[in-house]
Design a protein around this ligand. Structure first.
Ligand SMILES: NC(=O)c1ccc[n+]([C@@H]2O[C@H](COP(=O)([O-])OP(=O)(O)OC[C@H]3O[C@@H](n4cnc5c(N)ncnc54)[C@H](O)[C@@H]3O)[C@@H](O)[C@H]2O)c1
Length: 326
């Protein structure tokens, strides 16, 4: 490839593979954004980056210099993209990051709660499903337009259905896999390229204590959450050299709309429909004698996302009141 760069190149890096500056390899220069030259350590990666660049240009987003990108908010604050942020743990993450001064963009299928939360906190909300790549592209584009880039992703959206291997039907199996596994993968593929464009960042995946233990009537949920644990590890290995940390939070039972609904179903099976009795029995399983609250998970997610966790990647971190200790 001949070099079309006629400007003197201030690059102090040399691509270890090509022995020349990154612009000569990819006709792309981004020193102001701090993208290291080793980003282009292979031709495949250079090709990959050119495709990201083309994608950005198609959408009129994030050209080589940040100030050309049309961002409406130029700010030193970091930007986080959160899925499933309208209620529960996702909403607690939205509150935590906003409270710490981050720009927060979040998407959810629940428009009413999402719009209200966004208005309260001055965050950006986009209605959409992580099962739809088009919805994710739309939400990510809106975040990029408003904030100019992404530094962190919280892949949180997920669902639970009550089933065993014997009674689950194929439709429900597909729903669980599409939402919890593929929805997370779609989220990561839609966002991580923009962390790379920043030269690094962090990803936190909301997995579950079911990466560590199995639970009754939770067959498909455990299956999908186990997969998220493995996604965390493999992504950490692939993306660590590019400055991206990937970790998972593994929560025990947390009181949220998800568990309120689920535990009524479990109570119907084991406690004659008495949900209060089921909650009490659940709390008694925990050494701390109670279930958790969503902000307690958001604290861990925020810590893992922040620079305070700068040497932590590829880890699955429990926030489970000691449930799995015994
Ligand atoms: N509550 C718990 O005990 C617990 C424990 C461990 C892990 N988790 C995980 O935490 C995450 C959040 O759960 P929660 O308990 O806060 O539940 P929740 O139902 O309160 O919140 C989930 C949010 O995700 C949204 N959502 C669902 N499907 C979506 C989709 N396809 N696209 C976009 N948004 C979608 C929902 O509308 C909701 O706002 C889930 O991944 C869940 O598996 C929960």
């Amino acid at each position: 490839m001949s070099c079309e760069n006629t400007r003197p190149c201030p690059c102090t890096y040399a691509c270890p593979r090509h022995g020349k500056c990154c612009e000569c390899v990819a006709h792309h220069h981004d020193h102001d954004e701090g993208v290291p030259a080793c980003f282009f350590s292979t031709e495949a990666e250079a090709t990959y980056d050119r495709s990201i660049e083309a994608l950005c240009r198609d959408r009129g987003l994030i050209p080589a210099r940040r100030q050309e990108c049309g961002a409406t908010k130029e700010s030193a604050a970091k930007t986080v993209f959160i899925t499933g942020g309208s209620t529960g743990i996702g909403a607690a993450c939205v509150r935590k990051f906003a409270g710490e001064g981050w720009n927060v963009a979040f998407m959810d299928i629940n428009a009413d709660d999402g719009a209200a939360l966004a208005e309260e906190l001055g965050a950006l909300f986009v209605e959409g499903s992580t099962r739809s790549r088009a919805d994710l592209d739309r939400a990510v584009s809106a975040a990029l337009r408003q904030f100019g880039g992404l530094d962190c992703v919280i892949a949180n959206a997920g669902i639970h259905r009550c089933n065993t291997v014997l009674d689950i039907d194929e439709e429900e199996l597909d729903l669980m896999i599409d939402t919890n596994i593929k929805g997370t993968v779609h989220t990561l593929r839609a966002t991580v390229p923009f962390l790379l464009r920043r030269g690094g960042g962090s990803v936190v995946i909301n997995a579950s204590d079911q990466c560590y233990v199995g639970k009754a009537n939770s067959f498909a949920y455990g299956l999908t959450k186990g997969a998220l644990g493995q996604i965390t590890r493999s992504m950490a290995i692939d993306l660590g050299p590019k400055g991206i940390r990937v970790n998972a939070v593994c929560a025990g039972t947390i009181r949220t709309p998800l568990t309120e609904t689920l535990f009524q179903r479990f109570a119907d099976i084991t406690h004659g429909g008495d949900a209060d009795a089921y909650w009490k029995a659940e709390a008694a399983l925990y050494p701390l004698g109670r279930v958790g609250e969503a902000p307690e998970v958001a604290e861990l997610a925020y810590f893992l996302a922040s620079d305070a966790a700068s040497f932590m990647t590829g880890g699955l971190y429990l926030v489970d009141g000691g449930l799995t200790a015994g």
